[in-house]
Design a protein around this ligand. Structure first.
Ligand SMILES: NC(=O)C1=CN([C@@H]2O[C@H](COP(=O)(O)OP(=O)(O)OC[C@H]3O[C@@H](n4cnc5c(N)ncnc54)[C@H](O)[C@@H]3O)[C@@H](O)[C@H]2O)C=CC1
Ligand SMILES: O=C(O)[C@H]1O[C@H](OP(=O)(O)OP(=O)(O)OC[C@H]2O[C@@H](n3ccc(=O)[nH]c3=O)[C@H](O)[C@@H]2O)[C@H](O)[C@@H](O)[C@@H]1O
Length: 458
């Protein structure tokens, strides 16, 4: 059992802290947000994440985890301090490291015994070297502090599961002492460990996230071409998935990737390359495709309807993916303002994200349009002229073509997540637009003008 402190109680910090407590360590979670700390102390999770609240309550009751704003007492005698504060995107695409710098200084001023500082936040290659130097510069007591890179790979919505059953633990250090301590801390998880140097560990995180972003953008690019040539991206993805070298995951075309990480981590790596005089063309392409993809359906609908003025628009799903209340870089945030600008009366449904969305777009009149939040999905569809699907929540997947047909005034559906069967929707009389799938029959029979079959002249 080790004494562990965690700086930052967001998706990464809080989940790490709770999981360390769950395997038997003594954990203190630190946050600068006093409200958040009080909420956590009362047994309530400040984020929507499966299984988290239950484990918080269990480990708090067992005395294995506590929450505080008092970083000095939390860091003072810790064996290891894990850093999970944000590294958000700056206007030029680079990562903002000011939260990391603040924690590093707080650690340097607090520690009174040898300890490990473990950076879980996603940081540009070379940051950990700087953090170690920074801590040395501000150390108050004569103690040994080493910095290890230990990037996190959890996905929101399954954060606890992903932590307890991680596919690998990356330990980035050149120090034997640090590596051994890290191995011991992670020992109770019984997970595969990959030990590399610090800079490689930092790069593994970006290279992994950006590869996944690239995979999505690639499928979206191919999907857009499928639409033009009469192929179906879902059949194409299925056919591709049997090849083990490609794999079956992250092949879903749709309205583009969102969330707090793929958008910022692609830009940060591209920025890092640029700073080093290198053009990272693949990642740049992923970013470009994603940018266009986000408003692809809106543009299609705009062409079809000319205007949204006075139309009732059902918006199903606001979060960047199901299983989370997080809105960061969600497709809804790009499309809702466009619809409002056009005078749409939006009726939005999201099982957990509506409250957060209402903080950005309060209920009622909004510019030329308006927005109303509904708890019942059918109320969003009732009398609607058009429907947009931005998140594939179970409630949205469960809707039948009949529900759309009988509830909407004009059954016109733009599905950004490709969740329904095209034939079933069309046969039910719904004008159904999705991404990269079988086009409406009229277009499907279009001659393949781009193909020329010619027997070579001998
Ligand atoms: N959200 C995710 O799914 C994943 C995030 N990451 C990376 O982990 C890092 C953290 O991300 P999130 O957990 O999403 O961030 P978040 O924004 O949800 O949470 C950060 C927390 O740190 C707190 N904080 C700020 N300064 C502090 C200080 N000086 N001392 C203590 N607490 C402080 C904030 O109040 C906030 O509660 C980022 O670098 C991100 O790229 C990595 C893998 C997954
Ligand atoms: O660094 C991070 O923060 C994390 O980023 C992602 O996790 P997350 O953003 O929570 O969610 P994902 O499930 O990866 O989805 C991201 C976005 O891609 C989209 N997506 C995903 C898969 C797919 O096939 N198609 C697709 O459009 C989702 O809808 C969502 O908008 C990674 O999956 C995690 O491994 C990583 O730790």
């Amino acid at each position: 059992m080790y004494k562990i402190a965690v700086a930052g109680t967001g998706y990464v910090g809080l989940v790490a802290g709770v999981c360390f407590a769950e395997v038997g360590h003594q954990v203190t979670c630190v946050d600068i947000d006093e409200n958040k700390v009080n909420v956590m102390k009362s047994g309530v999770s400040p984020i929507y994440e499966a299984d988290l609240e239950e484990l918080m309550q269990k480990n708090y009751a067992a005395g294995r985890i506590d929450y505080t704003t008092d970083y000095t007492s939390a860091y003072k005698e810790a064996d290891a301090i894990f850093i999970g504060v944000g590294t958000p995107e700056q206007p030029d695409g680079s990562a903002n490291l000011s939260y990391i710098a603040t924690v590093a200084r707080q650690i340097a001023e607090s520690v009174v015994k040898d300890c490990l500082v473990v950076v879980k936040s996603t940081v540009p290659v070379g940051t950990n070297d700087k953090v170690e130097q920074f801590i040395q510069d501000f150390l108050v007591h004569d103690v040994k502090v080493e910095v290890v890179s230990n990037p996190e790979f959890l996905a929101q919505g399954s954060a606890v599961h992903d932590t307890l059953h991680a596919e690998r633990i990356i330990i980035g250090t050149e120090s034997k002492w640090a590596e051994e301590l890290m191995q011991n801390i992670y020992e109770p998880f019984h997970l595969p460990v990959v030990s590399v140097n610090r800079r490689s560990a930092e790069m593994i995180k970006y290279a992994s996230n950006d590869f996944l972003a690239l995979k999505i953008s690639y499928m979206n690019d191919i999907a857009n071409l499928c639409e033009l040539v009469g192929a179906d991206i879902q059949d194409v993805a299925r056919g591709m998935s049997f090849d083990n070298r490609i794999g079956s995951k992250f092949l879903n075309a749709g309205i583009g990737y969102g969330g707090s990480c793929f958008p910022k981590d692609t830009k940060a790596l591209e920025y890092l390359a640029r700073q080093n005089g290198y053009e990272l063309k693949t990642v740049k392409a992923a970013i470009d495709v994603n940018k266009d993809q986000k408003t692809m359906l809106y543009k299609k609908a705009r062409k079809r309807l000319i205007t949204f003025n006075g139309l009732k628009v059902a918006v199903l799903g606001l979060t960047f993916k199901p299983g989370t209340d997080d809105l960061r870089e969600a497709a809804s945030l790009e499309n809702v303002p466009l619809l409002l600008e056009q005078g749409a009366d939006i009726y939005a449904f999201d099982p957990v994200g509506a409250e957060n969305f209402a903080r950005v777009y309060p209920e009622g009149k909004n510019g030329k349009g308006s927005i109303t939040y509904v708890a019942n999905i059918e109320h969003a569809l009732e009398g609607a002229n058009v429907c947009f699907i931005f998140t594939e929540w179970g409630e949205v997947r469960a809707l039948t073509p009949e529900t759309y047909k009988k509830t909407m005034r004009t059954p016109l559906v733009y599905d950004g997540r490709n969740i329904y069967n095209v034939e079933e929707m069309q046969e039910s009389g719904i004008e159904y637009h999705s991404i990269g799938r079988k086009p409406a029959r009229r277009e499907a029979i279009k001659e393949a003008k781009h193909v020329e079959l010619q027997i070579p002249r001998s």
